[in-house]
Design a protein around this ligand. Structure first.
Ligand code: PAF
Length: 305
């Protein structure tokens, strides 16, 4: 009954009473209020799902929220643009902010709570904690964006401590992020289930990302070539070595004016250690980051071989 509104009306000329059960999403800005609401729900035996986001929500986020709504009694979606995970201030500055449409999407998906705290609420004091999980957080994104995963661990651990969810949902698009968060969960002993959710793609194959809205039309037109190159490398890999496959993907993407590969690493999906041979691991994944356009916008994607 927590957030249910009952609206009764008599539609003329029939005179029947219609009672519409309308679940309403609540927006909460403080940790104290959130914890008060959640402790009541927990005392009633309700399960809690958490979907951490930085806002600018799209269909990829919607799929996480819908999954959480299906698997938990209460779904909390955090909307917090976490400054400590941005190593480039320009990236933080231009990150899209779309609070109104975010709330509309969450209501549509059936989330019960949007938790949208201020920076002062989440960081009343600087967070000096340091997280280090080599090699998982040291390679690929960890090497290119120093401090990024430390910031992710700071905010995600805070959210886990505040919300105490039974399950937390993360998109597999950020493949390495999930691996790092798993290390942090094991390290700090959080009792919750991490639920990885599949990448959601646009019709042309581009992985959905909040950053896609920053692409100019000509950049948006070439961005799908990233996944096209990854996808075609699946066939190529059958008859070629790991090194040749890496070269193939890099050459295809770098051959497009406006795209530039920052790294393409073919790694063991569990350890994130680079592989040299297709027999080196049971689950092998190719992780890529590409700069697109003039600004440029940094796009990430991956494929399982
Ligand atoms: O994946 C993201 O959007 C962010 O890294 C996360 C997990 C919400 C932490 O700020």
């Amino acid at each position: 009954m927590l957030f249910l509104h009952f609206i009764g009306f008599f539609p003329s000329p029939f005179g029947f009473l219609y009672v519409i059960l309308h679940p309403e999403m609540k927006t909460i800005n403080t940790i104290k209020e959130l914890q008060t609401v959640l402790s009541g729900a927990r005392a009633d035996g309700k399960t809690i799902g958490l979907v951490p986001t930085m806002g600018a929500l799209h269909a990829g986020h919607a799929s996480l929220v819908r999954r959480s709504v299906a698997e938990n009694d209460i779904t909390v979606v955090s909307i917090f643009l976490n400054p400590t995970q941005f190593n480039d201030p320009r990236d933080l500055e231009r990150y899209p902010r779309t609070m109104e449409s975010d709330c509309a999407l969450l209501t549509e998906c059936g989330a019960q709570i949007a938790f949208a705290p201020s920076v002062a609420e989440m960081y009343p004091e600087p967070d000096n904690r340091r997280f280090s999980y080599p090699p998982t957080d040291a390679v690929m994104e960890g090497a290119m964006r120093p401090g990024h995963f430390n910031g992710v661990c700071q905010i995600v651990s805070k959210l886990f401590s505040i919300v105490e969810p039974d399950r937390a949902y993360f998109g597999e698009k950020d493949f390495q992020q999930i691996a790092v968060i798993r290390c942090m969960v094991a390290d700090l002993g959080f009792k919750l289930e991490i639920v990885p959710c599949p990448v959601i793609r646009e019709a042309d194959g581009l992985a959905m990302s909040s950053r896609n809205t920053l692409l100019a039309p000509n950049e948006r037109a070439i961005a799908p070539l990233i996944y096209a190159a990854l996808f075609s490398s699946l066939d190529f890999a059958h008859m070629h070595s790991v090194a040749q496959t890496r070269e193939y993907v890099e050459a295809r993407i770098n051959g497009v004016q406006g795209l530039h590969v920052e790294y393409f690493s073919i790694v063991d999906a569990n350890t994130l250690a680079e592989v040299e041979d297709w027999t080196d691991a049971a689950d092998i994944v190719g992780c890529i980051t590409v700069y697109c356009g003039q600004k440029p916008i940094r796009l990430i994607d991956h494929i399982h071989y």
